[in-house]
Ligand binder design. Sequence first.
Ligand SMILES: *Cc1c(COP(=O)(O)O)cnc(C)c1O
Length: 397
Amino acid sequence: MQAVMETYKRLGISPTGGRGSWLFDDEGNRYLDFIGGIATNSLGHGHPALVGAIKDQADRLIHCSNLYEIPIQAEAAAQLTQATDFDRVFFCNSGTESVEAAIKLARKHAHDHHGPEKHEVLTFSKSFHGRTYGALSATAQPSLKAAFGPMLPGMVHAPYGDLEAAEKLSGPQTAAILVEPIQGEGGVNVAPEGFLQGLRDLCDRLDAVLIFDEVQTGAGRTGHLYAYQGVGLVPDVLTSAKGLGGGFPVGAVLAKEEFAALGPGNHGSTFGGNPLAMAAIKAVLGVVNDEDFLAEVRFKGRILKNALETLADRVPGAEVRGEGLLIGFDFGDPDLARSVFEHCLEEGVLVNLVGGTTIRMAPPLTVTRTEVRAMLDTFRGGVRAAMSAAVPEAAVA
Ligand SMILES: *Cc1c(COP(=O)(O)O)cnc(C)c1O
């Protein structure tokens, strides 16, 4: 890897193949993939519907640019709008790009209706919205931004879950509130009861755009096609990426008609919405946008979460958070979390660490119940080993 810039701290495994929930390397090792390319391999590895759609589309036409009509783009957009409460879709190629587009859209909407003073975007502590300047400025994690200033002006941050602070920090100058319904990178933090509805009401009062960043929670991850559908309110704009392409790079911004403020020349993308990416989205939605499939995601998520909660009862200070197949086990202790993470890795189970003390699980949505149980066995073993190493007499039975 010497020629690759060292932007990632990589683990020393080299997957070269995959099937379902499993990754393989060339040395004959196999790994149970409970992180799924960071909530991205929604259909697992080598899913015939996704692979077939990509192969077939590659044979026909990979790219032609948005200079022309792209029928398969219209089809993918229609599939998304029919499955949600939104009317319009803008396609791009990643999560960060979808956030950029959403910020531009919201500022344009505010500008058109109220003028340039209404341009602030309110976001929340521990959020993650991406790495480009708009998305990074929106990301309220100082450590990610420290060396890269100045940030985009007009970004305001309130503590996640603190509605009162959000009310204090917003006003007529607020163009948009951008929030993850469940924070992924920040540690799998679930919005407290009433918080999202409070933001909905606040946006209505301020005539500000409510944007849900569902890059991680979308495409079926929580057992709903989009997490908002399990919350009982509708944001004005929603961003989607990660699992939406099942591993193929895609991004999308979904907007209600009255918020679809971007017109010709306002925004664009060379690759965004190209036929190959649209074939991937259509294949993923073809599997995931199905009530039985989503019910099964919720069911498997319940098995996983219930078992982890039972385990957490025996670990002082531990907590389990998340929904569907986005679950975090917070050990409340970085050493314990790392030790369990390393045990899982040694035993061939892939998870990852977020927020320092939390192990995140985001397996393929197609994971089997048997694989969930296998993962739990390994995880329990890791907790037992770590606990007995830390406090021998308090070993978990
Ligand atoms: C991963 C993530 C992003 C950034 O997506 P990229 O595809 O890495 O640019 C933005 N928002 C949320 C909530 C994410 O989880």
